[in-house]
Design a protein around this ligand. Structure first.
Ligand SMILES: O=C(O)C(=O)C[C@@H](O)[C@H](O)[C@H](O)COP(=O)(O)O
Ligand SMILES: [Zn+2]
Length: 360
């Protein structure tokens, strides 16, 4: 399966195929001329696939230098980025070389950020190995590192030259991380509605995610690519992809690693939909359908972190806020996302769900 992301300034392919890692060398020769490649991975993923990929690339005529960073969100920081810049410079990487990101969302975001800034931009390709990265973060060109406690606060929009998705890599992923990636699939299905929303309604157990993973990845990416092609830099429409992320990012951060990104987004979607139902801004039945889907994937629906003083501090710093307004994405119905803006100084009142909010 191949999906094309056709932006006004750049077009790139996304390949989805079991076993595609074993064709990588050959496929890459159709995209990149012979060059030096920095293969950036982490301490969990590298032992699984690195040697196999290096062999492939060398056979196809590429020179490979492999770099590994510690696995986990804490690697998405400035110090690790600087270490990677130094390694690229020490190995005489130039703008005619390339960076391959092999791993989950952390590696894609970090390697993409380094690729986009080293020498003002060096060619970049994504090989996402987690479900979350395969259905969401590897597509669309967002790159990022964190600053202290602020998630994704430094970053660029930098599109890859290609994305290679091998669903076989999910075999090594614990069920918890299949489910957290699936939360972003449910998000995309709620935003698109129609047959995609029906499709997620037919998944009744975590095991069924893997059984249907290829069509789920395909639907998710096709929808995301459509949104990104209409608004690459998140000036408007792309903000809908942040459905569930205002609450989600806040509690993900406050949980200090206890909540995976997709788990936090699961909670964030349910809580925001319920809030909008309480304000009669959305159809009552949406939270039922959403909770049923998330529940069947054994995802969390609530968190005691919501409503704390720290929670409101995080909400106030959300990246979607502009001009003193908090911009919240919600659903009028499945397939009908919308944005509701409220003054930041009234956020706490709004989140406590007071019906009197509008008239005060
Ligand atoms: O690609 C996008 O655009 C998204 O918003 C997808 C999100 O699921 C993803 O978590 C993204 O990284 C969040 O973006 P951010 O701008 O809030 O860092
Ligand atoms: Zn997300």
């Amino acid at each position: 399966m191949k999906i094309s992301v056709a932006l006004p300034h750049k077009k790139y392919p996304i390949f989805i195929e079991r076993g595609i890692l074993d064709q990588l060398g050959l496929l890459l020769t159709g995209i990149w001329s012979p060059r030096k490649i920095a293969l950036i991975s982490d301490t969990h993923v590298a032992p699984l696939y690195q040697e196999r990929i290096i062999r492939q690339l060398q056979t196809a005529g590429f020179r490979v230098v492999a770099f590994q960073v510690p696995a986990g969100e804490s690697s998405k920081n400035w110090e690790i980025a600087v270490r990677l810049y130094r390694s690229l410079a020490n190995n005489q990487f130039t703008r005619s070389d390339g960076v391959l990101a092999l791993g989950g969302g952390v590696i894609g975001d970090l390697a993409g950020f380094v690729a986009s800034t080293y020498m003002r931009g060096i060619a970049f390709i994504q090989i996402p190995t987690s479900l979350l990265a395969q259905v969401d973060s590897s597509v669309g060109g967002k790159t990022a590192i964190n600053l202290d406690t602020a998630k994704n606060i430094i970053g660029t929009f930098y599109q890859p030259d290609a994305v290679f998705i091998d669903p076989d890599t999910l075999k090594s992923l614990p069920q918890r991380f299949i489910c957290e990636g699936y939360a972003e699939i449910i998000k995309m299905s709620a935003l698109e509605g129609g047959t995609f929303w029906q499709m997620t309604g037919e998944i009744h157990h975590p095991d069924e995610i893997i059984t249907h993973v290829e069509p789920l990845i395909h639907q998710s990416i096709s929808y995301k690519a459509k949104v990104v092609c209409r608004d690459e830099k998140e000036a408007g429409l792309r903000q809908i992809l942040n459905f569930g992320h205002t609450i989600g990012h806040a509690i993900e951060l406050l949980s200090n690693g206890a909540l995976a990104h997709g788990e936090a987004i699961s909670i964030g979607m349910v809580q925001i939909v319920q809030l909008f139902e309480a304000y009669d801004l959305t159809k009552d039945s949406i939270s039922d359908g959403l909770m049923q889907r998330l529940n069947q994937a054994e995802l969390p629906l609530n968190s005691p972190l919501i409503g704390t003083a720290d929670f409101y501090r995080q909400i106030i710093n959300d990246k979607k806020n502009h001009g003193g307004m908090l911009n919240l994405i919600y659903l009028k119905a499945p397939g009908r996302p919308a944005m509701h803006s409220i003054p930041i100084d009234r956020a706490k009142l709004f989140f406590t769900g007071k019906k009197s909010f509008e008239t005060e």
